[in-house]
Design a protein around this ligand. Structure first.
Ligand SMILES: [Zn+2]
Ligand SMILES: [Zn+2]
Length: 243
């Protein structure tokens, strides 16, 4: 029998040595979400594009794609900052699912590297399972509405990029020899999260570069002290940081 101390010595740095186990019910829900997500995503995008085509408003894609590109990165930054800064692992609904994962990621950043794909992208796919059917029903009900089709398309792209974010995040933490040249190329050109850029977040007090889709929002948000200003505003309202 190995002693606890010996076991700890055998675990490589950055790993907790614990296996990710969301439980049977959650595991089934995450698998179902990941299977259903591509169909719901394609239906949302297809209905949006067909509606735009009939409205002669396909030009809106020139606006929608950059909006989705910026918004998905910003959204991941907001969620990451909230989970790193407010609440505890005992916070209802989000404590055990989101907050615990984000906080333990600072201590054990490599655990993400061995997380199965379904658990990596599943939580955002689950959000898509609830919201994309709603988007599809609106697109079917209002085929001539530019507002419906533009929001439907933009939202579809945002949720796709957000769902893929944890995979991008995972690649940023993987040992370089385990990352393909194509992914390295995308990382280098900041199409997806760049490892060196993300490493800045992994230095104490873990309070900058929160955006993790491609991170291109981070320099601007850091320059205007965006998150510190929001924290100060919330503190004036009596909402204080937990870290
Ligand atoms: Zn963090
Ligand atoms: Zn990380």
């Amino acid at each position: 029998m190995l002693s606890e101390q010996k076991k700890m010595q055998l675990i490589p740095e950055g790993y907790s040595g614990e296996e990710e186990d969301p439980g049977l019910v959650m595991s089934i829900i995450l698998h179902a979400s990941v299977i259903a997500f591509p169909f719901l995503f394609v239906a949302t995008i297809a209905y949006s594009l067909i509606n735009m085509y009939h409205q002669n408003t396909l030009w809106f894609l020139l606006l929608s794609l950059p909006i989705a590109w910026v918004a998905s990165d910003f959204l991941t930054g907001i969620v990451h900052w909230l989970c790193d800064t407010y609440g505890t692992v005992n916070t209802p609904l989000f404590g055990q699912t989101l907050i615990r994962n984000f906080r333990s990621h600072h201590t054990y950043p490599k655990d993400l590297c061995i997380s199965p794909f379904v658990f990596t992208v599943g939580h955002v796919a689950l959000v898509g399972l609830f919201t994309l059917p709603l988007a599809i029903s609106v697109l079917i009900k209002y085929p001539s509405s530019l507002i419906a089709s533009s929001i439907g398309f933009t939202y579809g792209m945002i949720i796709l990029l957000t769902a893929l974010t944890n995979q991008f995040h995972k690649w940023a933490h993987l040992e370089p020899e385990k990352v393909s040249n194509t992914i390295k190329f995308l990382q280098k050109h900041k199409v997806i999260l760049n490892p060196e850029h993300h490493n800045i977040h992994h230095t104490r007090p873990f309070s900058n570069n929160y955006c993790i889709t491609h991170g291109l929002n981070n320099p601007f948000l850091e320059k205007i002290h965006f998150f510190r200003k929001i924290e100060n505003m919330l503190a004036k309202l009596g909402i204080n940081k937990s870290t």
